[in-house]
Design a protein around this ligand. Structure first.
Ligand code: ADP
Ligand code: MG
Length: 246
């Protein structure tokens, strides 16, 4: 469904991705994980078309992601970022429906789709006419997910969507998002730096380091056969709770 082929990306003075080849099948969830600065957000921004690879290419379905038809392809991709990225001066409803209104979708279609999405992300109706500043962090992320799904994209990309939430809100949203991914059967890529979260959500985990993919597999694959010393160290760094002393 989405394929990166030998993708390299250079920021001025920094090579963020080095020859990344990765293919993600339809209706699978992939967790992208790795230390801060390893290139996760850059890879996602390339998939959304916000950045163009310095070398290599990306395909969505059969189409290469090139500037000529970027706008049309972008509508096939939903994107959620950690801070939500909602426009502060628009209500939740206005944020979610902005793009559909811009594309002149019929008002009844928009209203129906909006209602269905509000139910899908379990947001009570009385919150939908609030501004982002009047919502909690978890509620804002639910609105961001609605917005990303409004045009019914094939691909959903989430860049640390739960990173800014407190543990209980995060846990609740994890459960709801996983149920939603199972139900929608889209190609989902979720960035996290939490291995437990990666294992909870995904069919496969892609572990990155310094712009390269180090290993791809299930959590069990990584545990049983770590590709190198870095993978072992990364797994070891995911601390369990200390034992109780009583
Ligand atoms: P991650 O999301 O895994 O933390 P990023 O993709 O954000 O990593 O960044 C990868 C590398 O590219 C890092 O070294 C980062 O400092 C660098 N980088 C990211 N954005 C920019 C930018 N706009 N200009 C220059 N360097 C950047
Ligand atoms: Mg990032």
């Amino acid at each position: 469904m989405i394929a990166f082929e030998n993708v390299t990306y250079d920021y001025p003075g920094v090579t963020a991705l080095r020859d990344v080849t990765l293919s993600l099948d339809h209706a699978t969830t992939t967790a992208l994980i790795g230390p801060s600065g390893c290139g996760k957000s850059t890879l996602i921004k390339i998939a959304v078309g916000l950045l163009i690879p310095s070398r290599g290419q990306v395909r969505i379905g059969e189409q290469a992601l090139e500037s000529a038809h970027l706008a049309a392809l972008r509508h096939r991709i939903g994107y959620v970022i950690q801070s939500g990225g909602l426009f502060p001066h628009l209500t939740a409803r206005e944020n979610v429906t902005l793009c559909a209104r811009h594309l002149r979708r019929p008002a009844p279609w928009i209203a129906e789709r909006f209602q269905a999405l509000a139910e899908l992300v379990r947001l009570p109706g009385d919150l939908l006419d609030r501004y982002p500043g009047q919502l909690s962090g978890g509620q804002r992320q639910r609105v961001s997910v609605m917005r990303a799904l409004m045009l019914d994209p094939d691909v959903l990309l989430l860049d640390e969507p739960l990173g800014a939430l407190d543990p209980m809100v995060r846990h609740e949203l994890q459960q709801d998002l996983r149920a939603l991914f199972d139900r929608l059967r889209k190609t989902v890529v979720l960035v996290t730096h939490d291995l437990a979260e990666a294992a909870f959500f995904s069919d496969s985990i892609v572990l990155m380091r310094e712009g390269r993919i180090v290993q791809r597999g299930t959590h069990a694959d990584l545990q049983r056969a770590p590709a190198d010393a870095f993978v072992r160290a990364f797994l070891a760094a995911q601390q369990p709770l200390p034992p109780l002393h009583d």
